[in-house]
Design a protein around this ligand. Structure first.
Ligand code: SF4
Length: 446
């Protein structure tokens, strides 16, 4: 299999040859530059998003890792993993750069990787090559003895950061004041909070504490059904698009899906609009998936008659409506694996995954709806330099004791409630996705 990489895209962008791209040439700069000198989400799709005050910052990466070549870093990572053996497991998200993902023991989406942690209860350390909320979820689902490590603490998620616990609590208080807390004649409470997996552990804990639940992009409809059985309406955060696309497919009219803007009283709605609502959508979005457009779909169809257009449900409603299908990353991967040879796909999701699928399935034509789309800024922050750093620290040696760096832990009081919300999701119906796919079998059919 030819290893896919976004390097070509990054080169085109950084040399100004990527016509129409709004991405920054800073993608060509090593990610540790941004740890110190330009704190924020960094270059990529979320570069224009506002990073919350107090977001985790990454300290300086030692010079040894900043100056090494990719080849040296790869050698060091392989050597550290060989020394650590079963003591460590490395997890890699689908959107991660190839140079990192080649070292992962498991590759998948955020939920698959969270479940993968449970398949290795004997591993002392779980190195999560993904973003902060994913590492938190792994900590919730792993044993107390296991250390979950995020190689670069600045790898957050701008969508997850768009709903913070204070704003959601304030919203909840306003809704309680409006609706009260008493169930109706059929026993359904006024509101059920539902959080997307892409949210902080604090919000998962909030849902667990307030009769709510977590969903993924694979099971959002099942989870909304669960919520409607128990509540008159749903407060859905942080991704408005996943909430809107899912509820619309279930027959909820758009006029019964008001948006909650946390900066306005009653979220910018009237009492009557909120009274009539079925799904209250938080004002959040993914800056990667928001970039896909109907024009891109039209162009793909004009250039490739018969193309199958599949987009992620974090894309805006107009894009989902114009596509042939929509679904989670796992859905996209399985649809491609099951297609007859010679199929053509235009995919609306993160470029690293699309390029990897294109390399895995040379019998198909697979391209991203936007060939020069910005990669996810925060996935980009995980570079093999950080992976080598945290793995070599676990090994120790030369008089240096072994050390766990960048450990992610969720406080016990939050964790207990968050696990309740996750368990409700699993009881509602586990996602159809195969949860623990070793790297070799993730390259489905290649
Ligand atoms: S792709 Fe979007 S939702 Fe996923 S980690 Fe990046 S910013 Fe967050």
């Amino acid at each position: 299999m030819t290893i896919a990489s976004v390097d070509r895209t990054i080169r085109l962008i950084s040399t100004g040859k990527a016509e129409g791209s709004t991405c920054t040439p800073d993608l060509a700069v090593d990610p540790w530059y941004f740890d110190d000198k330009a704190p924020g989400y960094g270059p990529g799709s979320s570069m224009g998003d506002v990073i919350p005050t107090g977001s985790p910052r990454q300290g300086e990466l030692p010079a040894r890792y900043r100056t090494a070549s990719n080849g040296e870093l790869g050698d060091w990572i392989r050597a550290a993993k060989a020394t650590l053996g079963e003591r460590v497991v490395v997890l890699g998200h689908f959107y991660q750069r190839e140079e990192v993902l080649q070292h992962a023991d498991f590759v998948g989406d955020s939920f698959q990787l969270a479940v993968a942690t449970q398949s290795r209860p004997d591993a002392e350390a779980i190195v999560f090559c993904g973003v902060h909320f994913m590492a938190e979820t792994a900590d919730l689902l792993s044993t107390p003895e296991q250390a979950v490590i995020l190689p670069n603490l600045a790898a957050g998620c701008s969508m997850a950061d768009m709903a913070d616990i204070d704003s959601v609590t304030e919203c909840w208080e306003q809704l309680e004041e409006l609706y009260g807390t008493e169930p109706d004649a059929s026993g359904r409470v006024p509101v059920i909070p539902v959080t997307y997996m892409n949210s902080s552990a604090a919000l998962k804990g909030f849902c667990g504490e307030h009769g709510g639940i977590v969903c993924t992009s694979s099971n959002a409809e099942t989870v909304l059904e669960w919520a409607f059985e128990r509540g008159q309406r749903v407060l859905f955060f942080p991704d408005q698009h996943l909430g809107r696309n899912t509820a619309k497919a279930m027959g909820v009219p758009l006029e019964q899906m008001p948006m909650w803007n946390p900066r306005k009283p009653l979220g910018g709605n009237t009492e009557a609009e909120l009274e009539d609502s079925r799904v209250i959508l938080w004002h959040g979005f993914c800056s990667v998936h928001r970039r896909f457009t109907v024009d891109q779909i039209d162009a793909a169809r004009a250039e490739h008659p018969g193309v199958r257009v599949i987009v992620h449900p974090e894309c805006p409603m107009a894009v989902v409506d114009a596509a042939d299908e929509y679904g989670s990353t796992d859905y996209i991967a399985k649809a491609i694996a099951a297609a007859p040879a010679g199929s053509t796909f235009a995919i609306g999701t993160e470029i690293n995954l699309v390029q990897r699928l294109a390399a895995q399935y040379p019998q198909h034509t697979i391209f991203c709806l936007d060939p020069v789309v910005c990669p996810c800024s925060t996935m980009y922050r995980i570079h093999s330099g950080y992976l080598a750093w945290v793995l070599e620290a676990l090994v120790g040696g030369d008089g240096v004791p072994a050390e766990v760096l960048n450990r992610i832990t969720v406080a016990d009081d939050v964790a207990d409630h968050a696990r309740v919300a996750l368990e409700r999701m699993l009881a509602a119906k586990p996602p159809a996705a195969g949860p623990v796919a070793p790297v070799a079998s993730v390259s489905t059919g290649a």
